[in-house]
Design a protein around this ligand. Structure first.
Ligand code: ADP
Ligand code: MG
Length: 433
């Protein structure tokens, strides 16, 4: 099975696709540059990239809605020059016609294909049943919740029985639970032998979602968009987001997503809490690891360090990421080396160590800086944790949003930048500060 999958001719081939848009002042804006990718039978591919990296444009090129400036997109051997019956798309914003009922919206997908009225009726009913919309056939989009609207979006795409299903951030406008349900249902359909779709390409900016669903994750670099790397997710479905193997893949994707000049020409734009998440590492863990490195003369081999602690190197990665993010250490060639700040941190008394940590966290940990700044301007220097959680939910799953806040609280408390009252859900400036 796996063998035939890997050797089969690709269904979709994107071959050195470049796309430039002309902006209103007449300049050429490069959006995609030399992008190559293949979609093969039986695989789900996730396309991960920041906002503006050209993900939607690439999807539209594969759907035949946009023509590349150079290079080609092919469906098997045939160059894609127009929308076609083999490919369907699900949009983030559902893109339903408000004056049509659920049934009529779903049927839209078929009208263009010249399917007879009788067959249209049958297929629409099937698609509506399959995606759990029965009973809502005659409702209008405005009468539906976001989750139900996106079901219509899926039904409209699936009614054409597409070989290739393209999805542009299909779950990101939904609340966490609804998104989880719909993801689960999509994966159940995908596992059915009768499901007509042979390959799926999903755009997302949610790393956990990519690791949850995809067999391969392609990371798109910004400005102009080019494929920066690929991660193969060799886990069977259903996947457990709490498993170490899952978390290791999330970490790997984070690193590919964030390192190595991801921002290209936009490097001057400051990283934000969502573009630069805090590694899941507590101050105790970071400090403990740095102490061990200090004991070894300020430089340590990571696998040795891990073995000494009876950990896997992967278990240390969040600590290593945190230490390098904060500028306490640098990692290269499998070694971890203390910086000047890192050395001072390990030698300082507790108050000085806290001050060093506070300075670095404020400068290099975007979420800590955001909270610190917000509290500085807030009345009474107090804010509800829900405010930050709400912001974080835009870029993270519920679980990760909570985790991010927990880490930022740990770091900020240690540096005495702010305090947290868990009962009142309040973040506050340390009154003494
Ligand atoms: P993403 O989906 O990754 O956020 P898009 O593909 O939507 O990125 O857009 C990439 C870049 O191309 C953005 O800077 C966007 O403003 C620009 N862009 C997209 N479509 C057009 C268009 N039709 N005309 C001009 N610029 C466009
Ligand atoms: Mg987009």
């Amino acid at each position: 099975m796996t063998l035939t999958m890997n050797t089969a001719a690709p269904i979709i081939t994107v071959d050195k696709v470049t796309k430039n848009f002309t902006n209103p002042s007449g300049e050429q804006l490069p959006v995609l540059s030399d992008v190559c990718l293949e979609l093969r039978e039986g695989e789900i591919v996730a396309l991960l990239g920041k906002s503006g990296s050209g993900k939607s444009t690439l999807l539209r090129i594969i759907a035949g809605l946009v023509q590349p400036s150079a290079g080609t997109a092919r469906l098997r051997e045939a160059e894609i020059t127009a929308p076609n019956a083999s490919t369907a798309m699900v949009f983030q914003t559902f893109a339903l016609l408000p004056w049509l009922t659920v049934r009529q919206n779903v049927e839209l997908g078929l009208r263009a294909q010249g399917v007879s009225a009788y067959e249209r009726g049958e297929r629409v009913t099937d698609a509506i049943d399959m995606i759990g919309l029965d009973g809502f056939e005659n409702a209008y989009p405005k009468e539906l919740s976001g989750g139900m609207r996106q079901r219509v979006g899926f039904a409209r795409a699936l009614v054409v029985q597409p070989e290739v299903l393209l999805m542009d951030e299909p779950f990101s406008a939904l609340d966490v639970l609804t998104a989880e349900n719909l993801r689960g249902e999509l994966m159940r359909l995908w596992a059915e032998t009768a499901f007509p779709t042979k390959t799926m390409l999903m755009v997302t900016h949610n790393i956990e979602e990519a690791v949850l669903l995809a067999d391969r994750i392609l990371v798109l670099d910004n400005n102009p968009g080019r494929i920066k790397g690929e991660i193969r997710v060799g886990l069977s479905q259903p996947r457990d987001p709490r498993s170490p193997a899952f978390q290791a893949l999330v970490d790997q994707a984070y690193r590919l997503f964030t390192d190595g000049g991801f921002d290209g020409d936009r490097a001057s734009i400051a990283p934000t809490p969502t573009t630069r998440p805090l590694p899941d590492a507590g101050v105790d863990g970071i400090a403990g690891m740095l102490d061990l490195v200090a004991e070894q003369g300020g430089r340590a081999d990571l696998p040795d360090l891990a073995a000494g602690l009876r950990f896997e190197v992967d278990d240390l990665m969040p600590l290593v990421d945190a230490a390098t993010m904060l500028g306490l250490a640098t990692a290269a060639d499998g070694d971890l080396e203390l910086t000047v700040d890192g050395t001072m941190f390990t030698q300082a008394d507790i108050d000085s160590a806290k001050m060093i940590f506070a300075r670095l966290a404020r400068a290099k940990a975007p979420l800590v800086a955001t909270i610190d700044h917000a509290l500085g301007t807030a009345q009474n220097h107090r804010m509800r944790d829900g405010f930050f959680l709400d912001l974080l939910r835009r870029g993270f799953t519920e679980e990760s949003a909570q985790q991010q806040l927990r880490i930022a609280i740990d770091w900020g408390r240690y540096g005495e930048l702010y305090e947290y009252d868990a009962d009142e859900h309040l973040l506050m400036r340390d009154p003494a500060a």
